[in-house]
Design a protein around this ligand. Sequence first.
Ligand SMILES: Cc1cc2nc3c(=O)[nH]c(=O)nc-3n(C[C@H](O)[C@H](O)[C@H](O)COP(=O)(O)O)c2cc1C
Length: 205
Amino acid sequence: MEYLEWFKLVERFQRKFKEEELMSNESLNIGIILGSTRKGRVSPQVGEWVKGIADNRKDANYEIVDIADYQLPFFGTTDGNEPGIAAWNEKLASLDGFVFIVSEYNHSISGALKNALDLAREAWNNKAAGMVSYGSTGGARAAEHLRGICGELLIADVKTHPTLSLFTDFENFSTFKPAELHLNNVNLMLDQVVAWSGALKALRK
Ligand SMILES: Cc1cc2nc3c(=O)[nH]c(=O)nc-3n(C[C@H](O)[C@H](O)[C@H](O)COP(=O)(O)O)c2cc1C
């Protein structure tokens, strides 16, 4: 076989492999979880930005999941029969992976996100997660706390972690204007979340 023919054959196989990979990932559902619920929060702006980048990839189904929609009671203060708790667990169960939008509150995650994490167990297990955090130091301290929680909930948190600064990626700490340089990191993080979400699916069968 001539070199050119060989080259074309390899190229065809590579294209087919890529198409199959994309098709198998298409069924992955990734939830972009807004990690704050306070009035005036900026997390929806950050979540929509991540979703825009994610949707362009066409490698999974991405959706915003807003904790505020579920009206979750504070863990342990009720009998646990609220429809919001069941709906929250159902939503998480329908997802193969997560991207947490993490705001830093007192060097940790918000109470609302911690409560939402506590209100489910199996629905988190054996799934992958990425984090996009923000704060005065990029929300790094909050995200590191979240990594510890992920371990306990059997959530595989990926390495790449975009960190946004309240000083340089927001105007007046309220209007989100992300610097260009974060785009690459968000895509790297999503590469890892999609790969691990696909791989971990096998564990849950
Ligand atoms: C109770 C509280 C504590 C906060 N503590 C921190 C902090 O420790 N470090 C930090 O960088 N920002 C801190 N901030 C600033 C938040 O990161 C900032 O307000 C951010 O916009 C919160 O996210 P949200 O708008 O999505 O709720 C705090 C804000 C609040 C309301």
